[in-house]
Design a protein around this ligand. Structure first.
Ligand code: DQA
Length: 139
């Protein structure tokens, strides 16, 4: 059984309510149920925090034992050297995901502090970005 951890960062607890034209109408909880049904061969854990240090603590906690981390760091993607250092510090591979195509949006979203220390980046496929990241750990 592969152990996959999904980590969602700030404001992603509001999925379904937040800017639906950008992030869609679906809540993450409903989507997560479908993901777990689709990948019974994976144990998919989920963690969301609006607090940078809590996200770092979660990466430290599971980052030496899990098979993969799917990380949507939200706006911390564009600012957080501390998150980048945490990703670099652990052995579990991290895939950076974004629901929206950050490269088609404001220029400050074109910069990522974490891409270079992740195994890859998936952006712009809506919630399906998370599924594509999980697929990358199964291959
Ligand atoms: C996001 C893109 C970020 O720029 C933004 O700050 C988010 C969500 C995405 O999933 O598209 O909070 O990571």
């Amino acid at each position: 059984m592969k152990k996959i951890q999904i980590i969602n960062g700030p404001n992603l607890n509001l999925l379904g309510k937040r800017e639906p034209t950008v992030y869609g109408n679906a809540s993450f909880e409903g989507y997560l149920e479908r993901l777990r049904e689709r990948y019974p061969q994976c144990e998919i854990s989920y963690y969301q925090s609006n607090i940078e240090g809590e996200m770092i603590n979660k990466i430290h906690e599971i980052g030496f034992t899990y098979d993969g981390i799917v990380l949507n760091a939200g706006a911390y993607t564009h600012t957080s050297i501390a998150l980048r250092d945490a990703i670099k510090a652990v052995t579990t591979p991290v895939v950076e995901v974004h629901i929206s195509n950050v490269h088609a949006r404001e220029s400050f979203r074109h910069v990522s502090m974490i891409s270079a220390v992740c195994v890859g980046v998936i952006a712009g496929f809506g919630l399906d970005s998370y599924r594509l990241a999980i697929e990358s750990f199964l291959g």
